[in-house]
Each structure stands twice: as C-alpha cells, then as structure tokens.
Design a protein around this ligand. Sequence first.
Ligand code: ZN
Length: 243
Amino acid sequence: MKSFSIASLPLVISLTTSCTHSPADSPSISPVPRNKPPKYHTTSPKIPLSVRKHWIHQANTLALFPYPCPFAAFGTVIVNHTLDNPQGTLICTGANQNSLAGNPTLHGEMAAINNCSSIFVSSAYNMTPAESLAAFKDLSLYTNAESCPMCAAAVRWAGFREYVYGVSIKELIELGWGQLDIGSEEVIGSGVGMRDQDPEVVLGGVGSEESKVLFGWQFAGGDCPSGCERGERSDGCLPVELE
Ligand SMILES: [Zn+2]
C-alpha cells in the first residue's frame, strides 16, 4: 500500500484543555468565537463527479459484502486524493457492525475511522499516534448515507479534508428509518476553538439513487437489492439462495 508523504503532514497537535473557572477568577470571560462559518465547496472541479460516485459505489459494495441484503447496509470508504493517483487511493473501509459486534457506536464511519487508526500505527504505516492523528487531514471520507450526529462529530474531530455522502438523513427518515434529525453539516460546522479547519469540501447526494436501493426495502416496501427477494417466510429481503 502506498505510503503517505509524512514530511508534508503537520505533526503538531494542539491539546484541548478543559478548565473550570469561577466567576471571581475570570470576571470578564468573553464568548469563545465559533470557528469561521464553513464555506464548503459543494462542487469539486478537481475531482470529477464520476470519481465521487465510484467511491460511493465502493461504499455500497462493501456494505453488501458478503451478504447481499443486510438490514443496515451502511458503508464507508476513506480515500486519499492527495497522492499521484487521479482516481484516489483507498486507505481503509468500514461497514456498520452494530449487530455483528454488539457495539452501538460502530456505524460505518466509526468503524472505518477505527480501522484507519489501527493500520496507521501498525507496521503497514509505522506512524506515531501524532502522525496518525495528523494523517486524517489528507483524507476524504465517503459514506453511502449522511452521517448521524455521532459520526459527523467524529468526522469533524478527525479533521477530514473532504466529506462526501449519498442518501441524506431527511431521505432516510422518509424511508422510515429512525434518525437523529440533525444534519451532519450543522454538526461539522458547529466547532468552537477546535484544532483543525472544517473540511474543504462537503458533498451530499452523491450516488444517492444507487444507495437508496439499500435502504428502501426495510420500511418503505421498496424492491430488494440485487441477489435478494422477499420470501414466503419473511416480509424482509433475503438472499435468493436462502429461499
Ligand atoms: Zn452514525
């Protein structure tokens, strides 16, 4: 796997301190200014939409492996577009593992970020923890559905360079999915005094028509994903070979 150019990565980490002051200690505390309002690029002329859709397709493919119609087919791929590769270089992936791991925090984005951190400090990259933290500044996160507030917060804390999603939270709600109805861009843009900048690029609705098929059958009665069908024993979609 191609390595990062470590030399180009700033390695200084600002430690966020949490101090408690009484009013007597700090009689003239001023509100901490919010980070500058995000001025996201909602288009990215340097990277064609076809490339963006390719990575969303990869997130979908990942979410459907090895089972073609999992209930929670949320997938994420993390890509480096700063290397000499027009298509981008895949760094790590993650799929929703709530049921598999019994861990409610392992949404696709969280799983992918954890996987990236693991490989960065492994022998594959040999990064120090500080280098691992700094490496996220060069990376783009693609998720086939908009990040929930937990994952959006993780995206912002990681300091990703780009954040790209497919189906929106509003669309998931319309399809019957329970969601925390707070847009990811609102979460990402709400940072105050944080060390990294907001992402340079935030794109939503990329490849959403393809991704919607993965989320439209559970509650909304949509067609099953390819390779699955509604059987006599279940209202849900099951792999054809299991029927
Ligand atoms: Zn999430």
